[in-house]
Design a protein. Structure first.
Length: 398
């Protein structure tokens, strides 16, 4: 016989039977006058009522709710209430029963600030959300300490059916941001939930341009991610500011040029309000960035746009052609030569022309191409036209 074996108390038997035993067995213990009906386990501080709610034992829940001895709101060590666990575990009948009581604390948050309504939205428990929305006592906008509002979390997790329910409720604050300034619309774009984004854009109260604390807009973020479908959907909306810059003044077009997203650049260029020359803090334009990054197809695309200032220099005077030569982007140099644009290919910076910079960097092919053009531009043009299978007219200033 093991003398160290501890006898199980009546409270522990009651606690155990809340989920595993039959109702009659439970009531044998519950009806005792000498039992502590609010006893909780040492590890998590879960009461018998908490466990019954979480496991959907509606018969036990009703019996305990009718007894004034029972603390219906006693929290676990993580401040979770019986109502919270019932909503989390999608125990619909239990939630209905709890909502009928005036003793239940419906908006009590757990240790992370999440309420029962928040967790129901986070888990995608549609029927629970519907029940809670019908109760005017529910705080539908109470925020999680880090993860935003219930509406935010539903958008983040991609629960379209929940989002549609919330969009119909006039109490919802659709644009309430997180501590970092992200809105529900922003997070839906970030997560790539296109169908949710479409529904949000249809709602007149949604602000599709609201930026984060670092001034990142939903459109800018979608361009960073290279999400072409999202970008197309966003710029269809007349409210979208296609030129809204980030903290360092980078526009959606500039970041798309930087990352080499050709289709997104082409999509943005089609927008009637696009500013093709809006520059970042150091005055680098989208064309400059494309040249610097060596994105040949994007450079070619921008060269065709007559509004693009192909000679705009940075704040310190570096031109797009100069930076192209410094980076050794031979194919970009060829496209610049093949364009019909007036490019200043000899503009100096730091006392050196693009040709001198290319020579100092050891880019022999670029050096040869520029030198040959300077001596015989027609010959260079002919060779490039033959190489690319096109005809063109050059118009350069030296």
């Amino acid at each position: 016989m093991n003398n160290d074996k501890r006898s199980i108390t009546f409270e522990e038997e009651l606690w155990k039977n809340a989920t595993e035993g039959d109702f009659d067995m439970f009531m044998n213990y519950f009806s005792r006058e000498d039992i502590d009906v609010n006893w909780a386990d040492q590890e998590f501080q879960r009461t018998t009522f908490y466990r019954a709610c979480g496991h959907g034992r509606i018969d036990i829940v009703k019996a305990m709710m009718n007894d004034k001895r029972v603390d219906l709101n006693k929290e676990t060590n993580q401040k979770g209430t019986p109502f919270f666990i019932a909503c989390q575990q999608n125990q619909i009948q239990v939630v209905k029963e709890l909502l009928n009581s005036q003793r239940i604390k419906l908006n009590q948050p757990n240790h992370r600030g999440a309420t029962a309504f928040f967790i129901a939205c986070a888990k995608g428990n549609k029927e629970i959300v519907q029940l809670l929305l019908k109760d005017k006592r529910i705080d539908v906008n109470k925020s999680h300490c880090q993860e935003g509002t219930p509406f935010y979390i539903a958008c983040q997790n991609g629960f379209l059916d929940i989002v549609l329910l919330l969009l119909e409720d006039g109490r919802i604050d659709f644009n309430k941001p997180t501590v970092e300034g992200a809105t529900a619309f922003f997070i839906a774009c970030q997560q790539g939930h296109l169908e949710i984004v479409k529904k949000l854009l249809d709602h007149p109260k949604i602000d599709p341009n609201k930026t984060t604390a670092r001034r990142v807009s939903p459109l800018f973020l979608s361009c960073v991610k290279g999400d072409l479908a999202m970008v197309r959907e966003l710029i269809r909306d007349k409210r979208i500011n296609v030129n809204l810059p980030s903290q360092d003044r980078a526009t959606p077009l500039l970041i798309a040029c930087s990352k080499g997203y050709y289709d997104i650049v082409a999509c943005l260029l089609e927008h009637e309000s696009i500013d093709v020359n809006q520059a970042v803090i150091d005055d680098a334009t989208p064309f400059f960035i494309a040249c610097q990054s060596g994105h040949v197809d994007i450079v070619k695309l921008l060269l065709k746009n007559k509004k693009v200032n192909v000679n705009a220099t940075t704040k310190i005077g570096v031109s797009p052609f100069w930076i192209t030569c410094k980076q050794g982007h031979l194919e970009v140099v060829k496209e610049i030569f093949l364009s019909k644009r007036e490019i200043h290919i000899s503009k100096q910076w730091n006392g050196k022309t693009p040709l001198q910079e290319a020579r100092d960097c050891g880019f022999k092919n670029i050096v040869s191409l520029i030198e040959e053009y300077q001596s015989n531009p027609a010959s260079v043009l002919f060779k490039l036209e033959k190489e690319f299978g096109i005809l063109g007219i050059l118009n350069f200033k030296f």
